[in-house]
Ligand binder design. Structure first.
Ligand code: AQP
Length: 330
């Protein structure tokens, strides 16, 4: 049986970027009986932005509710909370000794974040983030890790760490494969198309949140920046329109060319109105399910976490015990 590992970090409210780049396929993928699919909430990863404890707790539960709302709800798919499986932290320390600073220095996500606030002041946790991610994957002998474009480099590093460890100690870890869906791999901010739509952004005006109501979605899309001219088309000189057309194309299941032809001569206004409609229509049933789960006193969320914790602990503890024995650890 194929094992697949996916995570959704509780660092803020989930965005349309998370949905289009990753989560929209998770319900369907998890229904495949030939796959054992692990969906975890990397709440230890979230500490790298030092969230308010109450917010972290709420965002973590909300991530579980979104997973359930997306249809991740099967006997052979497991949702769990990273901090409830201590093997993740323990294997990270071990793998720190199989990873070089040169490798971590090359991680573009760290470089981007370090650029914003300076490398010297960065937390060690942020620097070490890719090693914790390697532990998240290697503990489960994952065959596949579906990620957005931005996380691909981290999975490549995981492969290098696993291969290095295996070369020294035998065939211990399965070397995972990143799978990046071609469409929607990088959805950009509606106010700044040079920047990825990110849930940890403090300014939400350029992010469509999965919880946004109709009025907010219409407002954010109508205020989305556009490129010069008035023709609805993609192109290197049209990053804003390219982003909006990408979102529309995925949600409508139509090619960009079809959309360009449909909006020829119509201008940005009509295009934005239709885009807002389709975003609202797509999110409405998911939001209904999500709000139901969040208002149920957490029963379904707790049940899902217990089911997931049991299977995740079983596999992770066995892998960690194997590694410790090989290394002469007690
Ligand atoms: N803008 C995006 N476009 C396409 N895919 C995206 N993903 C995130 N943003 C976009 C994909 O969503 C999955 C879950 O992401 P994550 O929460 O684990 O981490 P992230 O990539 O760091 O997401 P954010 O929203 O940008 O969070 P912050 O602001 O905390 O850094 C991943 O598969 C990711 O590629």
């Amino acid at each position: 049986m194929k094992r697949i590992v996916s995570g959704i970090k509780p660092t803020g409210e989930l965005t349309l970027g998370n949905y289009l780049g990753a989560m929209r396929r998770w319900g369907e993928m998890s229904a495949n009986p030939d796959h054992e699919h692990f969906f975890f909430v990397p709440n230890l990863h979230a500490l790298t932005v030092r969230p308010e404890p109450k917010t972290l707790h709420t965002d973590s539960r909300a991530a579980v509710a979104w997973l359930l709302a997306m249809g991740v709800d099967h006997d052979h798919s497991y949702i769990f909370m990273q901090s409830q499986v201590p093997a993740h932290s323990e294997l990270t320390w071990i793998l720190n000794n199989y990873t070089t600073m040169g490798e971590l220095n090359r991680m573009t996500q760290f470089k981007d974040k370090a650029l914003k606030s300076g490398a010297e002041g960065q937390l060690v946790g942020l620097y070490d983030y890719p090693v914790l991610m390697a532990a998240d994957i290697l503990l489960y002998d994952a065959d596949e890790v579906p990620v957005g474009e931005d996380q691909k480099q981290h999975v490549e590093l995981t492969r290098d760490i696993a291969t290095r460890f295996n070369n020294l100690h035998g065939d211990v870890f399965r070397v995972p494969q990143p799978t990046v869906q071609s469409e929607g791999a990088r959805i950009m901010n509606l106010q700044d198309p040079a920047k990825k739509m990110s849930k940890s952004d403090t300014d939400d005006s350029g992010n469509i949140l999965l919880t946004d109501d109709e009025k907010t979605i219409v407002k954010k899309i109508s205020r989305a920046v556009t490129d010069s001219g008035s023709v609805v088309s993609t192109g290197a000189d049209k990053p804003a329109l390219t982003n909006l057309l990408t979102i529309h194309s995925i949600l409508a299941g139509k090619s960009i060319e079809e959309l360009e032809a449909a909006y020829a001569g119509k201008g940005y206004g009509a295009f934005k109105e239709d885009l807002a409609d389709i975003v609202v229509e797509t999110l409405a049933p998911l939001q209904k399910h999500y709000h139901q789960l969040m208002s149920e006193g957490n029963t379904k969320i707790d049940q899902a976490l217990e089911h997931g914790w049991w299977r995740a602990s079983e596999l992770a503890n066995a892998k960690l015990a194997q590694v410790k024995e090989i290394l002469g650890l007690f």
